[in-house]
Ligand binder design. Structure first.
Ligand SMILES: NC(=O)c1ccc[n+]([C@@H]2O[C@H](COP(=O)([O-])OP(=O)(O)OC[C@H]3O[C@@H](n4cnc5c(N)ncnc54)[C@H](O)[C@@H]3O)[C@@H](O)[C@H]2O)c1
Ligand SMILES: [Zn+2]
Length: 368
């Protein structure tokens, strides 16, 4: 089991990654558990079916009674209806300001539970028990949100967890597309922070089918990058924006294709290809590097087909709605070199040109 401490201004908490991390409820977190009057798990329905006994058995060792609220699996739990349902559940069960919530699922369940915890009685403590590889990104850093019909993550709050316990045994049941999704965010962390780590990942044979042992140390490295950035800029005024590398174009593809068709990380992988092309023009990324990246992505089962499914104007309308866009201008995260991100405003015309170049490159490189 590996450990890392996240330090933000008024808060510090530990992240554990490994096997049997839930046993910490009865040891390291016994005092926290004992200081609460009620404990509730909010669990993703798929995850609950597969793994709830693992978590419940570990919590049983604390001797406390636990309430469980099952929410729809995946992204559909991030709705205002499910949010209100969770709040009613807590009120009916007699939860108070001194109660504790545990999120048990992927990033979606974590975002929902975090937002429920942030707002119930003006804020109660919560612990993240993430079950996807992608959640090494989402469970750390305190961003919580639900979706609105008008857009994703449009209502939310910053609310840091009291702890993050990653039990890597649950990864065994992750579908291949979810594994790819999480690994895309992992290599994003490498791109924005470390050229040597990036080179290692780009030639890693087990990238899309990782062994748990290898994954543990890689996830720790990814969480380290995220924790450092969040520690510097908790509320996304500056460097936290770098975590959005690949996301402006990626989110547009995700929204255009209808959420859930392609996983989030698979769309980010597409978005990073676009961001590398921008980085050739505005930074010092070489065309060779972009080609190496695209080949790597293809070999690992990522698709770039959606780039051909939508017109530039369709994608543009989503890019302009991006939360990172301000006063109607589009800001992209690019790389000067690997490990050196920066943010720059790009005009619509420049975006359009790069979109056409992206399609040509994908075709001429045999990527699609
Ligand atoms: N808060 C943040 O900083 C942040 C950062 C990145 C992403 N996010 C959010 O995270 C969400 C995406 O998270 P995600 O990729 O984990 O997706 P997810 O939570 O939707 O889970 C993906 C699918 O995998 C299933 N699943 C989860 N764990 C499993 C397991 N161990 N075995 C089998 N199936 C399992 C889920 O039921 C779901 O169907 C998005 O809503 C995104 O907005 C938040
Ligand atoms: Zn992301």
């Amino acid at each position: 089991m590996e450990k890392l401490t996240v330090s933000v201004k008024e808060h510090q908490y530990n992240v554990y990654v490994g096997s049997k991390t839930y046993e910490l409820f009865a040891s390291e977190y016994a005092d926290l558990i004992n200081s609460t009057d009620k404990i509730g798990i909010i669990a993703d329905s798929h995850v609950a079916e597969l793994h709830l006994p693992l978590l419940k058995n570990a919590l049983a060792r604390t001797g406390r009674e636990i309430s469980v609220k099952i929410v729809p699996g995946g992204e559909s739990c991030k709705s205002s209806d499910v949010y209100v349902d969770c709040q009613s559940f807590l009120l009916t069960e007699g939860f108070t300001r001194n109660s504790l919530l545990i999120a048990f699922g992927g990033g979606a369940c974590g975002d929902l539970t975090g937002f429920v915890a942030a707002t119930f009685m003006r804020g109660i403590r919560f612990i993240q028990c993430p079950t996807t590889v992608l959640a090494h990104d989402s469970a750390v850093g305190g961003k919580t949100a639900i979706n609105m019909p008008e857009g994703k993550n449009m209502v939310g709050a910053f609310h840091q967890p009291a702890a993050v316990l990653f039990d890597t045994d649950v990864f065994k049941t992750l579908p291949a597309s979810e594994m790819r999704s999480g690994m895309a965010e992992l290599i994003k962390h490498a791109f924005i922070s470390d050229a040597v780590w990036t080179e290692q990942l780009l030639v890693e044979e087990q990238f899309s089918t990782p062994s748990i042992e290898w994954l543990e140390s890689e996830l720790m490295q990814g969480i380290h990058v995220k924790a450092q950035i969040v520690g510097e800029d908790e509320f996304e005024h500056s460097t936290r924006k770098f975590l959005n590398f690949g996301h402006t174009f990626g989110h547009a593809v995700e929204a255009a294709s209808g959420y859930g068709k392609l996983s989030h990380g698979e769309c980010v992988m597409i978005g990073m290809g676009y961001a590398f092309l921008l980085s050739e023009k505005h930074g010092d990324i070489s065309a060779d590097f972009t080609n190496q990246y695209l080949q790597f992505a293809k070999q690992n089962g990522y698709t770039f087909e959606p780039v051909f499914s939508y017109s530039f104007d369709e994608l543009l309308s989503y890019m302009q709605k991006d939360k990172k866009a301000s006063f109607g201008k589009m800001n992209f995260v690019m790389l000067k070199e690997i490990g050196q991100p920066f943010v720059k405003e790009i005009t619509t015309e420049q975006c359009r040109e790069v979109f056409e170049e992206f399609k040509q490159k994908l075709e001429s490189g045999g990527i699609v």
